[in-house]
Design a protein around this ligand. Structure first.
Ligand code: BG6
Length: 511
């Protein structure tokens, strides 16, 4: 067996061919995303031999930079944030293809200069007219970016090269704006040219949800209302808003996490087996789940959705301010930093099985997990005094950190008495594979260069998710928020979140 075949992570990477020659254009090139995620991901791909030899990066933004100054700034970010070490040889080769164009996002002249630069790169570096545009600007610029790209003829694929656009989240801020942006984009590009990103889909553990479910025969027969009592999905963060108060005031946890990351985790957990691993086959099944989830009435929002905002408290032994004291946040802010929702999926597989989801900032720890809690035994034969009937079986997919999967079941405690204790079978990525998984952005950039949109969100999917979320926003707009702050930083959210499960005779896990 070759060394490659022994390492599943490497096998995963080796699955693809190296993408064709191309240029990646980053709009908003001087921003945080470009520096912390995109340039480091591209450099790591280069370092691992995953980029084509004929490759270039063009930064486009308002501040004025020379090519060399831009490259040197990227080098600093790459040294700090890339998974791969800074290797002078690989960097020099990479840096040869770095260019910068100064321009306003709404300025057609800037796009004419961009086009001229891209044409020159094609001639000098043999990038074949293939272009991948990345929208890493504030979202209000997305419509004008589409218009100006089209105006400069840069979305035209008729010359033979590809023209693809990755649109960073958030894709719209409600159902109406998401539809409007889709309409705007689809006036000038085809759906297959548009790659709506959700970086959670690039995480190894998230991709593994499908492998776990559909690459193994033993779990799927249990994966339905007959055996599953309920599902809990948690996206918890210990951090606060990290200086992004102004952004977060406009977003809140529902827009920032639930509409995208959380709905994607839910859809992957609940979807039917796709007929193949082709992009549309997978996305067809995800969108069916979202469509099977009833859009809440205002009354249901009151009953099923809990919102919270953190006050001062202590996280990891450190005293932290409340949300309202963060920079850029109104002292009487009504923005939620925590949401818990009881969803239902009205289909054959999941009838009557609640999906409880929660997302929050300043929770006790960073943890994202999907926990499937199974029903109890149909007839309890162990139940005398001192013989606990056993905790329910729980399968927990740990998305991050401590990436892995554990299955909890009851075992007899050794000894003369019959007593049952829960124990765990544990799989840990780190110890099984001994390799560091790629960063989500590495995988997603690579897939976009290859034209594979399996791990990107389709138009109908983004609209279905917004439909569910916008109904909640609509009801909230008409009802005053609960008295905020209503949870202390470093706790698992407001009382009402516990009450949501308590009412059903269930409780949240303490991961
Ligand atoms: C982003 C949100 O999409 O995801 C942030 O805007 C959040 O608020 C982040 O912190 C979490 O991503 P990760 O990969 O660290 O779980």
């Amino acid at each position: 067996m070759s060394e490659l075949a022994l390492s599943p992570f490497r096998e995963g990477l080796a699955r693809e061919v190296v993408p064709p020659p191309c240029t990646v254009v980053i709009f908003g090139a001087t921003g945080d995303l470009a520096h912390r995620k995109l340039a480091p991901a591209l450099y790591t791909l280069k370092h691992e031999g995953m980029l084509p030899a004929r490759f270039a990066i063009v930064g486009y933004a308002r501040s004025s930079f020379t090519d060399a100054a831009f490259a040197s700034d990227l080098k600093t970010s790459v040294s700090e944030h890339a998974r791969a070490p800074m290797d002078p040889g690989a960097w020099d080769d990479f840096a040869q293809g770095i260019r910068y164009v100064t321009g306003e996002f709404g300025d057609a002249e800037g796009f004419a200069r961009l086009k001229a630069t891209l044409d020159t790169i094609d001639r000098e570096r043999g990038t074949g007219g293939n272009r991948l545009f990345y929208f890493a600007t504030p979202p209000s610029f997305y419509p004008v970016l589409f218009q100006n790209l089209a105006g400069a003829g840069l979305l035209n694929e008729e010359q033979g090269g590809f023209a693809r656009v990755i649109v960073e989240k958030p894709f719209g801020r409600d159902l109406a704006s998401a539809k409007a942006l889709n309409a705007e984009a689809l006036k000038v590009a085809r759906e297959r040219q548009i790659f709506r990103i959700d970086h959670y889909l690039g995480k190894e553990t998230v991709q593994n949800i499908l492998v776990f479910r559909f690459g193994n025969a033993i779990f799927e027969p249990l994966w339905n209302h007959k055996y599953v009592d309920h599902v809990q999905i948690t996206v918890g963060e210990a951090i606060g808003v990290e200086g992004r108060g102004k952004f977060y005031e406009e977003a809140g946890a529902l827009r920032d996490i639930v509409q995208n990351h959380l709905m994607q985790l839910l859809a992957l957990t609940a979807m039917e087996p796709p007929v193949s691993f082709a992009a549309d086959a997978v996305r067809d099944e995800k969108v069916k789940v979202l469509r099977a989830m009833p859009v809440f009435t205002p009354r249901e929002v009151g009953e099923r959705v809990v919102r919270g905002q953190y006050g001062p408290g202590s996280v990891g032994g450190e005293d932290v301010d409340g949300y309202r004291a963060e920079i850029g946040v109104a002292p009487d802010s009504g923005t939620e930093t925590f949401v818990a929702i009881k969803f239902e999926i009205d289909n054959w597989r999941w009838a009557g099985v609640p999906f409880y989801v929660r997302a929050g900032k300043r929770l006790p720890k960073r943890v994202t997990e999907i926990a499937v809690q199974f029903r109890g035994v149909p007839h309890a034969i162990f139940g005398g005094p001192g013989q606990a009937p056993g905790d329910p079986n729980v399968l927990a997919l740990r998305i991050q950190p401590e990436e892995g999967i554990s299955l909890k079941f009851g075992a007899k405690v050794p000894g003369a008495r019959l007593s049952i204790e829960p124990v765990k079978m544990d799989f840990l990525y780190g110890s099984s594979f001994g390799a560091e998984p790629p960063e989500a952005y590495e995988r997603l950039l690579l897939d976009a260069m290859l034209g594979d949109s399996t791990l990107f969100i389709r138009r109908d999917e983004v609209e279905a998710a917004w439909g569910l979320v916008s109904a909640i926003h609509g009801a909230w707009a008409d009802a005053p928020p609960p008295p905020f702050p209503n949870y202390e930083a470093g706790t698992w959210g407001p009382e009402a979140a516990s009450a949501l499960l308590d009412r059903d005779g269930r409780e949240w896990r303490r991961p």
